[in-house]
Design a protein around this ligand. Sequence first.
Ligand code: NAP
Length: 248
Amino acid sequence: MGKVTVVTGGSRGIGAAVAVRLARAGHRVGIGYAQAAGAAEDTVRAVREAGGDAVAVRADVSREDEVDALFETVARELGAVTGLVNNAGVPGPLGRIAEQSVDDIRRVIDVNLTGAVLCARRAAQAMATSLGGPGGAIVNISSGAATLGGAGEYVHYAASKAGVDALTVGLSKELAADGIRVNSVQPGAIVTGIHATMGDPDRAWRVGRDVPMGRPGEPEEVAAAVAWLLSDEASYTTGAVLRVAGGR
Ligand code: NAP
């Protein structure tokens, strides 16, 4: 039977590292992405080079129909879904709340929070033992910002990630009897393209200098934590929020 895990936002950054790390742990991986088809195919290739199997599916996590299609395609191509990594996320441009456009604020909450809820809902439908599913595990990618607050940079992003952690707590209790564990990972500043998206390509190094470990993290360091939470080694771990942020 083996594990089949959907990784949203698996085309780049942390999601791509998670996909490859999971392949090395024996998962077949459904790679969701928003636009970067070429990058998603690169991740599929990297998964295959790691000895695994993968399929890439374009799916905006804020859209229910596309989330449904993502899960259906992965189940058809790779087998019954047993895991979800709710990783897709957008930060919007950096700035104080008074400078943010309402459209940018709505998009951040729509993708980061509504998207995570929609994917968790679809995963619960596919995996809950009371609905005939195999059970499984969900890892929600939150952020250190959920507790730091993101003041001056992106308070709405931080709020969306605090919502993701509340989702973890509630779902871990709701789905425990259905054989589904639910945990969060809160990365700190990780070296990916997300900082350029915010308008500050060097941000990870600037922020990383000030954390106790004195450096930003690498996507693979987040992927290792995700892989452990999805593994049978974490069989009694649910409702946990694991900080992967160099001590901050
Ligand atoms: P990234 O390099 O910018 O990659 C973002 C990924 O999300 C891409 O695969 C992108 O797809 C996908 N995506 C964006 N909007 C989407 C949507 N509406 N539907 C589906 N997929 C969508 O970001 P990252 O740094 O790896 O971040 C991954 C997660 O970690 C995010 O949730 C982020 O908030 C969180 N995080 C990151 C850091 C950090 O410092 N990097 C710190 C804390 C938390 P395309 O490639 O198709 O655009």
